[in-house]
Design a protein. Structure first.
Length: 172
């Protein structure tokens, strides 16, 4: 049997682990949707470039479809939802009205696909920093994250398959 001081230490460590993991996983419930955001990251600024992009996995664990429709951050003038498309041999980015996330589906926002465009940075973002980002969903409402700034994609975030038909990714 554990003593009370040992139990307090275990509970304190468990609380710290949960607090450390919280920025990487946001969970928001609203009606029949249950949106989870995992592995968020934003690309570090390249020199004085005024724009960057944020990427993540958005899972709809509910029974009703939802849609990412907007974003906001105090570190930039503007946030838009974009997709990367090929026009012949030319890669282009264009703003979209949102990213649908069907029930039971995970949408992969990744380099070369859908992403959250951060425009008009007020100062460069450095590797190792974090950035607040609020995502707005049609049904689930707002989810605010503290997103890590990284020079390159975390392992596995560049080779995920994107299902453009369901704008989703993979079924759970």
């Amino acid at each position: 049997m554990l003593s009370i001081p040992k139990m307090r230490v275990i509970l304190a460590v468990a609380g710290l682990c949960l607090a450390a993991a919280w920025p990487a996983l946001a969970d928001h419930k609203h009606g029949a949707t249950k949106i989870q955001v995992a592995t968020p990251w934003v690309r570090a600024s390249i020199g004085q470039a005024p724009n960057t992009a944020a990427y993540m996995l958005i899972s709809n664990m509910g029974t009703k479809a939802d849609k990412l429709v907007a974003g906001a951050t105090p570190v930039a003038k503007k946030v838009e939802i974009h997709e990367h498309v090929m026009d012949g041999n030319i890669a282009r980015m264009r703003e979209v009205s949102g990213i649908p996330v069907a029930a039971g589906v995970t949408a992969a926002l990744k380099p070369g696909g859908y992403h959250v465009m951060i425009m008009g940075l007020k100062q460069p973002l450095k590797d190792g920093d974090t950035m607040p980002l609020t995502l707005t969903f049609e049904t689930a409402g707002e989810i605010t994250l503290e997103v890590p700034v990284m020079k390159k994609a975390p392992k596995g975030m560049t080779d995920m398959k994107m299902d453009h038909k369901g704008m989703g990714g993979h079924k759970h």
